[in-house]
Design a protein around this ligand. Structure first.
Ligand SMILES: [Fe+2]
Length: 448
C-alpha cells in the first residue's frame, strides 16, 4: 500500500516491492522444481485423448462394442474435491530390532497383485471391477499395490475415473494442491498430470510417499495414457515394510532416534552480502517475507532457516522434524516412511538431476546435522533392491496404499503422458479444498 507523493521514500518502496515480487516468484519457481510439479496441461495431448473417445475403437471387436453399456457422462468434479487428509503419525516406542525380527519370521507376501485383462474381462467393462471390488481392495489394503493391465476402459481420464469410482475410492486433492504448483490433466475427473515435462525428463525421481509432514493421501491411482515415445519413463514402486525390514538396524535406530528434517527449497541470497550494514535487516526481511507469504501456501509447517548446509546466505525452507518410520494407520505395523531416497542431495548429485541449484532438496538429522554418507549409501542400496519397475502401457492403472508403498519414476526420452488421482480413506470428516486453482493455473503457465 503506497500513499501519494513522490520522493526517495517511494522509490525505495517500489524497489523493495520489486525485490519482494521477484523474491516470491523465485521461491515459487524454486519450490516448483523441488516438488517435481507438473507443467500446465498439454492441451494437444488431452485433445488427442478426448477425440479418441472412451475406448480405442481399433482395439475392440464389434461384439465387445455391443457388450459395453452406453455410459452417461459423469458429473464434473471441478471444485468438489475435499482437501488431502492430515498425515496420521504413529511413531512412538517402536522397537526397531524386534519389529525387524518379526517381519523376518512372519515374512512379507508379494506386495503387487497383477491383473491382466483378456477379451472376456474387457467385455465385462466396469462390471469386472464391480464384481471383483472386494478382492481388489483387500489385496491393496493388506499388501500394498494392484496393477491392472490391458484394460480398454482406462485409456482416457474419464474411463480411468470410472474405474476408481466403481471401486468406491474417494478422491481428494494432492497434498500440496494449495501451493498452486500441481496441474490437473482433467480437473473435471480429479486427475492430475504426473511429471512428464521435457525440462524434467532427464531428472530421476527417487522413492517417496506422496506426503508432507502435514498431509498424506491414503491411496494413489496412477495411470499411463501414453508411455515415453522413445525410451524409459518407467514408473516404479517399493514396499516400505520390506525396506524397514532390510535396513541395517543401527542405521534405522540412528535415524529413528534423531529424526529427520527435509529441506525443500534453497534460496541463495548472496547479493545481500553487498548491502554492508543493511545485510542483517535484509536477511531478516527475506526470511519473514518468504515465511509469511510463500511458505503458508504449502501448508507444510516450513521453517525458514539460513545456513543449514554451511552457506550463510542460503535461505532454506525446511520441514519440521519427523520420524522416518511410521506405523501403518490400518495394520499398525511399522514401515519405512521417508522421502530421503528422492530428496538427499548426496544421492541427487550422483544421478541424472536437472533441477537448478535453487530447487535442490536435502535431508538432515532432526537437529540439522549431516547424515553420514555411508548411511545414505546403505539406504540407497536397500531402496533400490526393492524397486519394482513397471513398464506401463496405455490404459494400465496402478493402485497403491500410500502409507505403505513408495513410488518414483525413471528418466525418459520422447513424450510421456502419465497421470494420477489421490484418495482419502473415505469415511473420515472432510475439509473442502480451498480455491487454489487460479494460482495453480498462473504458476503453471510460468513453468514450462
Ligand atoms: Fe509422487
Amino acid at each position: 500500500e503506497s500513499g501519494k507523493g513522490g520522493g526517495a521514500g517511494d522509490n525505495h518502496r517500489s524497489n523493495m516491492q520489486g525485490i519482494l515480487r521477484s523474491g516470491v516468484a523465485m521461491a515459487i519457481m524454486v519450490t516448483a522444481e523441488a516438488f517435481m510439479s507438473s507443467p500446465a496441461m498439454r492441451v494437444q495431448n488431452l485433445r488427442r485423448l478426448r477425440s479418441s473417445g472412451p475406448v480405442k475403437r481399433s482395439s475392440i471387436s464389434p461384439r465387445m462394442t455391443l457388450a459395453l453399456p452406453r455410459m452417461e457422462p459423469l458429473p464434473p468434479l471441478d471444485g468438489q474435491l475435499p482437501d488431502c487428509p492430515v498425515t496420521i503419525w504413529n511413531t512412538e516406542n517402536i522397537d526397531v530390532a524386534a519389529e525387524q525380527q518379526r517381519y523376518k519370521q512372519e515374512g512379507i507376501p508379494e506386495s503387487l497383485l497383477e491383473i491382466v485383462a483378456d477379451s472376456e474381462m474387457n467385455a465385462q467393462g466396469l462390471a469386472y471391477f464391480e464384481n471383483n471390488k472386494e478382492m481388489i481392495m483387500k489385496h491393496l489394503k493388506e499388501n500394498g499395490a494392484v496393477i491392472f493391465k490391458n484394460f480398454d476402459l482406462s485409456k482416457t481420464p474419464e474411463g480411468f475415473r470410472r474405474v476408481w469410482e466403481t471401486l468406491d475410492m474417494a478422491p481428494c486433492l494432492d497434498p500440496i494442491h494449495n501451493s498452486g504448483l500441481r496441474s490437473f490433466l482433467s480437473s473435471r475427473d480429479g486427475v492430475y498430470e504426473e511429471v512428464n515435462k521435457q525440462s524434467l525428463a532427464k531428472h530421476y525421481i527417487g522413492l517417496h510417499n506422496e506426503s508432507t509432514f502435514k498431509k498424506t493421501a491414503t491411496f494413489g491411482a496412477f495411470v499411463c495414457f501414453s508411455p515415453a515415445s522413445e525410451s524409459g519413463g518407467e514408473f516404479f514402486i517399493a514396499d516400505g515394510a520390506k525396506i524397514f525390514r532390510d535396513l541395517r538396524t543401527d542405521v534405522l535406530e540412528s535415524l529413528y532416534k534423531r529424526g529427520v528434517r527435509i529441506s525443500v527449497s534453497n534460496l541463495d541470497l548472496d547479493f545481500l552480502g553487498a548491502l554492508g550494514p543493511l545485510k542483517e535487516p535484509a536477511m531478516n526481511f527475506f526470511k519473514g517475507l518468504i515465511g509469511s507469504t510463500v511458505a503458508p501456501k504449502f501448508d507444510m509447517d516450513l521453517d525458514m532457516i539460513y545456513g543449514a548446509d554451511g552457506k550463510p546466505q542460503r535461505l532454506q525452507a525446511i520441514e519440521h522434524r519427523q520420524s522416518p518410520i511410521n506405523r501403518h494407520p490400518e495394520t499398525g505395523k511399522p514401515v519405512w516412511f521417508c522421502n530421503i531416497h528422492n530428496h538427499a542431495r548426496y544421492l541427487r548429485n550422483k544421478r541424472p538431476c536437472s533441477v537448478p541449484e535453487v530447487g535442490m532438496t536435502d535431508v538432515y538429522y532432526g537437529d540439522l546435522s549431516q547424515i553420514p554418507h555411508e548411511y545414505v549409501d546403505h539406504i540407497n542400496e536397500i531402496s533400490e533392491k526393492h524397486i519394482q519397475n513397471l513398464a506401463m502401457q496405455s490404459g494400465d492403472v496402478l493402485l497403491i496404499d500410500n502409507y505403505r508403498m513408495l513410488h518414483g519414476r525413471q528418466t525418459f526420452q520422447g513424450d510421456r503422458l502419465h497421470a494420477v488421482s489421490w484418495f482419502r480413506k473415505g469415511d473420515e470428516a472432510v475439509t473442502q479444498g480451498k480455491p487454489g486453482n487460479l494460482l495453480n493455473s498462473a504458476v503453471n503457465s510460468l513453468i514450462k
